[in-house]
Design a protein around this ligand. Structure first.
Ligand SMILES: CC(C)(COP(=O)(O)OP(=O)(O)OC[C@H]1O[C@@H](n2cnc3c(N)ncnc32)[C@H](O)[C@@H]1OP(=O)(O)O)[C@@H](O)C(=O)NCCC(=O)NCCS
Length: 184
């Protein structure tokens, strides 16, 4: 069963979007995305300044799937090839837990596009990956991200002190989670 999940990249479709495999030709799109300090502000990624820095991120996204550890989709407007954001499970254990990540180019914020993408990704996680608990770790201050999660039913479980180690510094993170069978 595990091997089935990774035998072919699972394209997902929503009303306005296609969630597709991130490929080498998306390299400039990733540079545009992660070259914006408003996108990277609450992320463990330094704002990119050189286009070739996007390669490391692209390699990491692709490796998660190749190594059967996670799935990162590129967010494309329906029928378009370029991606305007990314979304996915950084890690997951089938039947157990998954950890979310997502980002969108600023020009597309506040149109409900991440809500739409997350809805599809969460459904895929609960139904196809049989995940029981989907988690998102959000840096304090990232109100945009918290709002989206709360709207989708995630609960804030509290502040994890010095949870992340990025660039030799520790960061507190808020832990949000959504259970497949909500116990409330
Ligand atoms: C966090 C982030 C992904 C949110 O993306 P987004 O696309 O703006 O989120 P959405 O549009 O889905 O939801 C935001 C607002 O749009 C509104 N909205 C929903 N559907 C809409 C629609 N069809 N048309 C217009 N607005 C809509 C929502 O109600 C929401 O507003 P409100 O909660 O203030 O009422 C984006 O800000 C981002 O990329 N941030 C940087 C990266 C990052 O921090 N990622 C998260 C790490 S934890």
């Amino acid at each position: 069963m595990e091997s089935d999940i990774f035998s072919k990249f699972p394209i997902l479709k929503t009303n306005r979007l296609d969630l597709i495999e991130i490929q080498q030709f998306h390299f400039p799109d990733l540079f545009k995305l992660f070259g914006d300090k408003d996108v990277t502000q609450y992320y463990n990624i330094k704002t990119l300044t050189e286009e070739n820095e996007a390669q490391k991120i692209l390699d990491w996204f692709q490796a998660r799937f190749k190594d059967k550890l996670g799935i990162r989709w590129g967010i494309a407007l329906k029928g378009k090839n370029e991606i305007i954001g990314t979304i996915g499970f950084n890690n997951f254990t089938k039947g157990h837990r998954a950890n979310l990540g997502y980002d969108l180019q600023k020009d597309y914020w506040n149109q409900g596009l991440i809500t739409e993408s997350l809805t599809a990704v969460i459904k895929y996680g609960f139904e196809k990956l049989e995940i029981n608990r989907i988690e998102a770790e959000v840096m304090p201050g990232n109100i945009n991200s918290e709002k989206v999660l709360v709207k989708l039913g995630f609960k804030n479980e509290g502040l994890l002190r010095d949870w992340m180690l990025w660039d030799e510094k520790h960061y507190d993170m808020n832990m949000y989670s959504l259970l497949r069978n909500s116990k409330e």
